[in-house]
Design a protein around this ligand. Structure first.
Ligand code: COI
Length: 355
């Protein structure tokens, strides 16, 4: 049953819509007119409010800054040719957000309430959804601790917010990733499965070392042996080996449960392609590249969508992957997801939420 949520809307007096250069939208730098804010205090969620986008007051001792109780999600909304506003699988993000809150000792937003808050925020900003192909309204829900206290304990107060950005692709070209065998993104029993801010902060230094060598991102391996592939910095990772879709399984609590990755797996199965979700060794990727059975590799993420991987750096060399034009599965799945999100094909899986 939908937990009732009251959402007051205070519209902006000065829309920024006309100031946007829709032909040149950098990822994540243009913010829409409004944001949703909902506080948690005295053990309960307070009424939500949609207000003009802008800075928020912050106490210097705010616990999220010091101790990292901070989680987020990434989602996308699009418009169909007939003007329907569609959000891609918000129920999956609601579930992951709840799981992240639980792991980080933060209050849970019931999943149906999360979806309703997102729906309402997108409804208010529907004019901000780009119509250009490959563009979307990126939705960023997040929750952080706001206690003004520097003792270590779970905060008693929190702020949940949603802001939105019209965006194009996160990557404008096929990506090069480097297999990381020293630094660790996540360890068993840690917070790797949670979409928590610190996971991203901790990855910046190793990622910079990779970027200095010409790679866009790292391909993380397990923290214990560095023999198993886990995920990339901004996306899950998927391979096509010998006609099978192969991707690291989510059984380990070190891998983020990606919504785009899950959708790719579901589609591959629906199309009759063999799928293996299991532990994937670095050595089998090297060997499959050597013997020509590694025909495709791509990242899957909300921001990244389907990002073709051109090169995989391994130790002192590079595994060069087949030309993008030959990648039938990733091309097909990318086109299918784009068509689904923009209502060009029927939503047979029941994934889209119509606002
Ligand atoms: C997303 O894909 O939504 C993420 O949160 C990843 C980030 C690189 C933008």
């Amino acid at each position: 049953m939908l937990q009732t949520v009251s959402i007051k809307v205070t519209p902006t007096q000065e829309s920024k819509l006309n100031t946007v250069d829709w032909e040149n939208l950098p990822f994540g730098k243009v913010f829409s007119d409004h944001m949703l804010v909902m506080d948690y205090k005295d053990g309960a969620w307070q009424d939500a409010e949609i207000v003009p986008f802008g800075p928020i007051p912050m106490h210097p001792a705010m616990s999220a800054i010091h101790y990292g109780q901070s989680i987020f999600e990434g989602m996308k909304a699009n418009k169909s040719a007939s003007g329907d506003v569609l959000i891609f699988r918000p129920d999956m993000n609601a579930k992951r957000f709840r799981e992240s809150s639980e792991r980080m000792c933060m209050p849970v937003i019931p999943e149906d309430m999360f979806v309703e808050l997102v729906r309402k925020a997108v409804e208010v900003e529907s004019n901000w959804i780009p119509s250009r192909e490959g563009y979307s309204l990126y939705i960023r829900p997040f929750l952080f601790a706001t206690d003004e206290f520097i003792g270590i304990k779970p905060s008693e107060t929190y702020k949940f917010m949603i802001f939105m950005c019209p965006v194009g692709a996160y990557y404008n070209e096929p990506v090069n990733v480097k297999i990381e065998e020293f630094y660790t993104r996540a360890s068993e029993g840690g917070v790797g499965r949670a979409k928590t801010a610190g996971n991203y902060g901790a990855s910046l230094f190793p990622a910079r070392l990779g970027q200095q060598k010409g790679y866009h991102q790292l391909l993380w391996t397990d923290g214990k042996t560095h023999e198993y592939v886990e995920e990339s910095g901004t996306m899950n990772v998927v391979f096509v080996i010998d006609g099978k879709l192969v991707t690291p399984s989510e059984d380990s609590d070190t891998i983020l449960r990606g919504v785009t990755k899950r959708s790719v797996v579901d589609l591959a199965k629906a199309w009759g392609m063999p799928v293996e979700e299991r532990r994937v060794t670095v050595q089998e990727i090297v060997e499959a590249n050597r013997n020509g059975t590694l025909t495709e590799a791509f990242g899957a993420g909300t921001a990244a969508t389907i990002a073709h991987i051109a090169k995989i750096g391994y130790r002192d060399g590079d595994l060069v992957l087949p030309a993008i034009e030959t990648r039938t599965f990733s091309q097909k799945v990318l086109a299918h997801l784009d068509d689904l999100k923009t209502g060009k094909i029927p939503d047979t899986m029941g994934w889209m939420l119509k606002v």
